[in-house]
Design a protein around this ligand. Structure first.
Ligand code: MG
Length: 385
């Protein structure tokens, strides 16, 4: 029985994780649960799974429910970090959205846990610090992101020097075919209609701008230790091939399957073994045909290049990119920044702050806060103009 702390239990990946666990009640138990502020949903889950430890990130979340505090429920970001270190937990599933997931990732790895990582922002903002935490504490980082799960499965027992290149696939998002003019007028409702993946709002917008794919290139760089010029991206609209690994002898492996997050989640819980899961649909190559691929159009989706360049630049640049992008997405969802305004917000923050250093957690979090302020100021400036 593997004991699980699920952080971000009420979000999209959190709910998918619980669907997987429901099908394997003798393999996994849920010891701890967290959410940002969804008290009622978390209360139902805590009762269903018998979770002993429950925390909410929002410090005010329990103000109207003092009875839950009396039952041991806790609030605040530090309490989420404590859940990641609990002695009676084997696997921390980090499905927190955004930079808030960074400290729990580091805590889980320092405490020697497996961290099933859906929070790619941890590696983007502080890849070196996360890897060092794993080394220090003996923790194990296993990706939940479908592309990185695919790469892990293809790499198998190969050594790093045997890998020539990683090729991440991108669905291209809902605006893959949209003209530059129409992109100017694209709103959040349109951007939230993802063609293949059912995900949370933040990542769905990131898929439409391709910022998500830039974040994933940075994530792959840290997970697999390859330089950026050996990590490529190709658009694959049906999301059947979840990524490729090209080896130095010219052989190319890919991992395929239906686009459902439950597959990489189950894999992250069981790796390096596999569990039979009858709920996952059998693969039919004929209905999956044809498998089509095309290059990324960087001119229409400038956040992709901005993000990859931030990764290459290193230092605080990726943390700044990530934080400014979070602010831009939030402003877009509220309708106060246009689709094509988002890259401008991020670019303004990068220009001002990308040169900062980020060798400690304090510096990373400082760069994150400064980037949020700079991006928010840019959003305001654009609205006045
Ligand atoms: Mg992904």
């Amino acid at each position: 029985m593997r004991r699980i702390a699920l952080l971000g239990a009420t979000g999209s990946v959190g709910r998918s994780t619980l669907s997987v666990i429901r099908r394997h009640p003798r393999r996994f138990s849920v010891v701890a649960l967290s959410a940002r502020r969804s008290v009622a949903a978390l209360e139902a889950l805590a009762a269903e799974f018998g979770a002993r430890h429950v925390a909410l990130a929002d410090p005010a979340a329990l103000e109207e429910r003092p009875g839950l505090a009396a039952r041991g429920w806790r609030t605040g970001a530090d309490r989420i970090v404590e859940l990641a270190r609990l002695a009676d937990v084997d696997i921390v599933v980090n499905a927190v959205v955004g930079a808030a997931g960074l400290r729990p990732t580091i805590a889980a790895l320092e405490a020697g846990k497996r961290c099933a990582l859906a929070n790619k922002e941890s590696l983007v903002a502080a890849g070196d610090l996360v890897l060092r935490a794993a080394e220090r504490g003996g923790g194990e980082l296993v990706p939940v992101d479908s592309e990185h799960s695919a790469i892990l499965q293809c790499v198998g027992s190969a050594r790093r020097e045997e890998i020539q290149r990683l090729i991440l696939t991108a669905s291209g998002g809902p605006f893959r075919r949209m003209s530059a003019d129409d992109l100017e007028r694209a709103d959040a409702t349109m951007a939230l209609r993802h063609p293949t993946w059912d995900m949370g709002a933040k990542i769905t917008i990131d898929s439409a701008t391709l910022a998500n794919k830039a974040l994933e290139v940075i994530e792959a760089h840290f997970l697999y230790g390859l330089p950026y010029d050996r990590i490529d991206v190709v658009v694959h609209p049906t999301s059947i091939v979840h990524s490729f690994v090209e080896f130095v002898d010219g052989s190319v492996l890919s991992q395929m399957g239906q686009p459902t997050m439950e597959l990489p989640i189950l894999h992250a819980l069981t790796w390096p073994r596999r569990l039979p899961d009858p709920a996952l649909r059998s693969f039919d190559p004929c209905t999956a045909s044809p498998l089509a691929f095309e290059p990324v159009d960087e001119a229409r989706f400038p956040l992709f290049r901005l993000g990859v360049d931030a990764g290459r630049a290193g230092g605080a640049a990726p943390a700044v990119f990530n934080a400014a992008n979070e602010v831009a997405v939030e402003a877009f969802l509220k309708g106060i920044v246009t689709f094509t305004g988002m890259p401008k917000v991020v670019e303004a923050a990068l220009e001002a702050l990308a040169g900062r250093s980020a060798t400690t957690l304090d510096e990373v979090l400082g760069a994150d806060r400064a980037a949020r302020r700079r991006a928010a100021a840019e959003v305001e400036r654009m609205n006045r103009a």
